[in-house]
Write a protein that binds this ligand. Structure first.
Ligand SMILES: Nc1ncnc2c1ncn2[C@@H]1O[C@H](COP(=O)(O)OP(=O)(O)O)[C@@H](O)[C@H]1O
Ligand SMILES: [Mg+2]
Length: 182
């Protein structure tokens, strides 16, 4: 995939299918240690051991409509190509953590892409799932939590146009500020 943001959306969709009610997404751009790390946590069903054992193999999937699962193997390939790796920790009944990392300045590393669009897509399509998004650049960070937003908004749905635009701006402004501090 051309952008890491698509991978994030794809991995978060596994969490949605795994019946999570909270998904935490952490992006860490650590230029000091030349590493980009993405971590997605959920409190869903967890991954059965049989699937977990071969999850980096594209023929591993619990889907019945198509016989290849591509999300994790695809991201794993990208990480390996960029001198990084991918780790999955999953406990049945508790949840899953997918952690992917790559060399920040590796020539083949895809750009992060449009995080504000990706996050609003996820948030508005799954507005019964709490999403926490934390983005770190070196030692500075910001966080967005939909459960906190929902408390402030009361009856107003997250999918309302003004809210979606606000979330986009909030993410874009914060990312810009983090980068400005470099
Ligand atoms: N967060 C998760 N919670 C529960 N099951 C998961 C999770 N992530 C992956 N899985 C399991 O691993 C399989 C492989 O995932 P993936 O590589 O993304 O392919 P696909 O989603 O196309 O099946 C899924 O079919 C699912 O059974
Ligand atoms: Mg998938």
């Amino acid at each position: 995939m051309k952008e890491l943001a698509y991978h994030i959306l794809d991995i978060a969709n596994n969490s949605v299918r795994g019946q999570a009610d909270t998904i935490t997404i952490i992006v860490n751009e650590d230029m000091i240690n030349n590493q980009l790390m993405m971590s997605i946590y959920d409190n869903g069903t967890g991954i059965k051991e049989k699937i977990l054992k071969t999850i980096k193999d594209p023929f591993t999937t619990s889907r019945t409509m198509r016989k290849v699962g591509l999300g994790i193997p695809f991201l794993n390939d990208t990480c390996l190509m960029c001198n990084g790796g991918l780790d999955i920790n999953s406990i049945i009944g508790e949840g899953t953590n997918v952690k992917a990392w790559m060399e920040y300045d590796h020539i083949d590393r895809p750009p992060l892409g449009n995080m504000s669009s990706t996050m609003t897509t996820l948030i508005t399509s799954e507005d019964n799932i709490d999403i926490i998004y934390k983005h770190i650049v070196n030692n500075e960070e910001f966080e967005l939590s939909t459960s906190e937003l929902k408390e402030i908004l009361g009856e107003v749905p997250l999918s309302q146009v003004e809210v979606v635009l606000w979330i986009k701006d909030y993410i874009n402004d914060n990312l810009k500020e983090l980068k400005n501090r470099l």
